[in-house]
Design a protein around this ligand. Structure first.
Ligand code: TRP
Ligand code: SF4
Length: 336
């Protein structure tokens, strides 16, 4: 008897630079769990990175490799999941093209992130065809594997809803080919960066997965705290301190409780408090640092993992595209 089919998962990220501990808590830890119970495909979406960063592509390849190293160091296991680069699987582009025929432009203009990003990213011209079609490409990423579950952050829910609409429209026009994928959101607290703003690579305030233990230590020890604590004797308020937010994400309940009490009555200093945090953070990051060191010694292995991932992903994507072409009665040039 063949083992029961595991539900299929697809998710991805754009390779736009180093990933940080917010991504670890928000996405990667969840992916690492999912690979035990689900059939998982994880895509490094380099074409998606091009939709906004098309002018300077000089870093793209390095970012792809770095992202693979970040994922593997976080614990994704190529024996348990398929991790691959979007552009290694050209079937995504073919499906994107075919889907683009049936997606009304008004659906795309309605996506909240479309107008927002165009306004926010003022230093680049985003009035492109490719940027408008971003969610169609994302839908192709998901549908080309007929994935059932898509773990994403809440900011991606509108894209997922659009993907479901596209699947429904395709099925209504040409017959049932695609399941309607479900979003799977993980509620994770927003992590502050070292300057107290949201942790983000664009603010330069992130603790990256590629930071060694000395970097992590330095970044935490120089992190901003409650400004009311000018000296060790001034009581503070953990509720306005970003270090406390990190405690809530990484420290034990005992430590969180202790900081909550002792900060308010100046029972501990900020350096003590940060050392408590490091005591919890360091064991968590230790295995990541070890895996990263091994991968950096053997970059050929990273390339091999991505090549094998693309091979597995492509086999699946090809099967779907055969059904898609048949459903749409597209001539394959092979008499079928
Ligand atoms: N749009 C996603 C993001 O910015 C990345 C992404 C591309 C994605 N393709 C996907 C996520 C498919 C889930 C499924 O985070
Ligand atoms: Fe922040 Fe900790 Fe200092 Fe309180 S003791 S202000 S929680 S760093």
């Amino acid at each position: 008897m063949s083992p029961p089919q595991r539900p299929r998962v697809l998710s991805g990220f754009r390779p736009t630079g180093a990933m940080h501990i917010g991504h670890l808590m928000g996405a990667l830890e969840n992916w690492v769990k999912l690979q035990e119970t689900h059939e998982c495909f994880f895509a490094i979406c380099d074409w998606h990175a091009l939709t906004s960063d098309y002018q300077d592509t000089s870093h793209l390849r390095d970012y792809v490799t770095e992202m693979a190293i970040d994922w593997l160091s976080a614990g994704l296991d190529p024996e348990k999941c398929t991790l691959f680069v979007q552009s290694h699987v050209p079937e995504h582009a073919e499906l994107h093209l075919l889907l683009s025929m049936i997606v009304p432009v008004s659906w795309l203009e309605r996506v909240p992130s479309y107008k927002e990003q165009q306004q926010q990213i003022a230093n680049r011209d985003l009035a492109n065809y490719g940027f408008l079609g971003y969610p169609v490409l994302q839908a192709a990423d998901i549908l080309v594997y007929r994935a059932e579950l898509v773990p994403v952050g809440e900011d991606q829910l509108a894209h997922l809803e659009l993907c479901r609409e596209i699947a429904r429209r395709f099925n209504a026009l040409y017959g049932p080919v695609f399941p309607e994928p479900q979003a799977m959101t993980t509620r994770t607290p927003r992590l502050p960066g070292t300057d107290g703003r949201k942790m983000s690579k664009s603010y330069g305030n992130a603790i990256n997965l590629s930071d060694g233990s000395e970097d992590v230590r330095r970044k935490i020890l120089t992190m901003v705290t409650d400004p009311a604590r000018k000296t060790r004797r001034d009581p503070g308020n953990p509720d306005v301190c970003p270090v406390y937010d990190l405690h809530k994400a990484f420290s034990s309940p005992d430590t969180v409780g202790l900081v909550n009490v002792e900060c308010r009555r100046a029972g501990i200093g900020c350096i003590d408090c940060k050392n408590h945090l490091l005591r919890h953070l360091e064991p968590l990051l230790g295995p990541l640092h070890e895996r990263r060191a091994r991968l950096l010694e053997n970059r050929g292995r990273v390339r091999d993992i991505l090549a094998e991932g693309a091979r597995r992903a492509r086999a699946e994507a090809r099967r779907t595209m055969e059904e898609v072409r048949a459903a749409m009665r597209i001539d394959t040039g092979q008499g079928t």
